[in-house]
Design a protein around this ligand. Structure first.
Ligand code: SF4
Length: 234
């Protein structure tokens, strides 16, 4: 795995915990609106500064007792074969782990939960399940069934989790959010919407897109809230 970034402290990325964020390079999606192109596109990844595992774990040892958790994100962390060993080392130092994922590897997700290597999962829901956009962004033979399987597994409640969507004007319509709510909704489900920021996107055309009006997203949240235990705009 390539450790391509480290945010030393965050109070907002791991619900209820003071954490750091480690960024693993590489992704099996190509969301045009993604603003982590340096963690996704191979030509950009090669120019990223890297941290060795030793540097990362030395940092964690120094923060024992100060930080409570580690957010593992990407890119898409589950594409790394050595992810379980990496997580086990973090766990052995006493940190709780939050995994950010696009849901493309349901079996790995299940294994990580079963082996208690992760404590919290944030799964991105890109758009409605019947949208062509999902098909267009998924690479490497990933199927919509994989995404549905991950979402269905999380809804069984074997691990604390949330679903979230970056709401992108021109990509999403109100109808998409209604379809998402019908798909992933449930009495035990937390769902967050976050407005898109037009900055350094994979497709430069998306940098010209105006984010949704906050008022529009608040209306969406109000409309779909009955499908969820909690639905909020972040
Ligand atoms: S938004 Fe997430 S899943 Fe999509 S390309 Fe970027 S890192 Fe990958």
């Amino acid at each position: 795995m390539i450790i391509a970034g480290l945010q030393k402290t965050t109070l907002i990325d791991y619900p209820g915990k003071i954490a750091c964020v480690v960024f693993l390079a590489g992704c099996n999606f190509r969301c045009n609106w993604c603003y982590s192109s340096e963690l996704v596109l191979p030509l950009k990844i090669v120019n990223q500064p890297r941290f060795s595992e030793k540097e990362f774990f030395d940092f964690l040892r120094e923060r024992q007792g100060l930080l409570e958790g580690v957010v593992v994100c990407g890119g898409e962390p589950t594409i790394n074969k050595d992810l379980p060993q990496f997580l086990a080392k973090i766990k052995n130092l006493g940190f709780a782990i939050k995994l950010d994922t696009n849901g493309s590897n349901p079996q790995i997700l299940k294994d990580l939960v079963d082996t208690k290597l992760i404590d919290y999962v944030a799964m991105d829901i890109k758009t409605s399940p019947d949208s062509e956009i999902y098909k267009n962004i998924m690479q490497e033979g990933i199927k919509m069934e994989d995404i549905k399987e991950s979402a269905g597994f999380l809804k069984q409640g074997n691990v604390d989790w949330e679903f979230r969507t970056t709401a992108v004007n021109t990509i999403h319509t109100k109808e998409d959010f209604q379809k998402i709510a019908q798909w992933i909704g449930g009495p035990n489900v937390k769902y967050y919407l976050q407005n898109f920021r037009p900055e350094k996107t994979i497709d430069p055309e998306f940098e010209k897109i105006k984010p949704f009006e906050t008022k529009f997203l608040e209306e969406v949240v109000k409309e779909i809230s009955p499908h969820f235990k909690l639905c909020q705009l972040r």
